[in-house]
Design a protein around this ligand. Structure first.
Ligand code: ADP
Ligand code: MG
Length: 225
């Protein structure tokens, strides 16, 4: 699904990530940990092509990111749902419209998918909040809305960057359950987090692999968290 071979990223003053070699298999569930500033978000961006590796290779669904045409990039992006660390909603659009944006961007008519959209909002527990504006939502509601938007195109992979960053532990657990459900449906999941309690909670329910970024490298972390 996602494969990096000696990939590196450099923002301009030395390598932030070096020699990353890694494979995320279909249906796998990964956590990515490491202190703030270690490069978790940077790594995620390499995986969804917001950034292009400055050395080495990134392959998505078998294709080298550097060799892709614009059409291939667009098609590949649809297969990867992203929950951004900062949610990134358009403030003047309702929750329903924000969640439907990927449909519009890909040329589909959200009017044809009203039912799907409502079902998805209900799945994340926001059926009753569909007309609210982003700024009227709580942190937990925003994160769940971001998750709904990430999966509206039925992606094969879901990358969630600190999806429980600003929420209490009960809401963290709820968001984790949604991600576990997606994994049970066959989706490949990667969650960047420094919340070890969240990882422990997941480990008791699904087979997870924990990666840690330290000293610019991604390593397998020990199992005893
Ligand atoms: P994390 O998600 O683990 O907290 P990030 O990947 O966001 O880490 O950032 C890793 C490092 O890269 C930080 O030192 C950050 O300041 C730096 N960085 C992030 N984005 C940029 C950018 N656009 N330009 C320059 N430096 C950046
Ligand atoms: Mg980050």
């Amino acid at each position: 699904m996602i494969e990096l071979q000696k990939a590196a990223y450099n923002y301009g003053d030395g390598e932030m990530l070096s020699e990353i070699s890694l494979k995320l298999a279909p249906g796998s569930f990964h956590f990515l940990t490491g202190p703030s500033g270690a490069g978790k978000s940077t790594f995620m961006k390499l995986c969804y092509m917001e950034l292009i590796a400055t050395a080495g290779q990134v392959r998505l669904f078998g294709d080298d990111v550097r060799q892709m045409s614009r059409d291939e990039i667009a098609r590949t992006r649809r297969r990867i749902g992203v929950v951004h660390q900062d949610c990134r909603f358009l403030d003047h659009l309702s929750l329903r419209q924000n969640v439907a944006l990927p449909l519009i961007v890909s040329g589909r008519d959200p009017g044809d998918e009203t039912e799907n959209l409502q079902e998805l909002l209900q799945w994340v527990g926001l059926g009753h909040r569909a007309d609210a504006l982003p700024q009227e939502l709580s942190g937990g509601e925003r994160q769940r809305a971001a998750l709904a938007r990430a999966v509206i195109m039925s992606p094969d992979v879901v990358l969630a960057d600190e999806p429980t960053g600003n929420v209490d532990s009960e809401m963290s657990q709820r968001i984790l359950q949604l991600l576990i459900e997606l994994n049970k449906m066959g989706k490949t999941i990667m969650i960047a987090t420094h919340d070890l309690a969240l990882i422990r909670m997941a480990k008791s329910q699904v087979n997870t692999r924990v990666l840690r970024i330290a000293n610019r490298r991604v390593q397998s972390a020990g199992v005893d968290l």
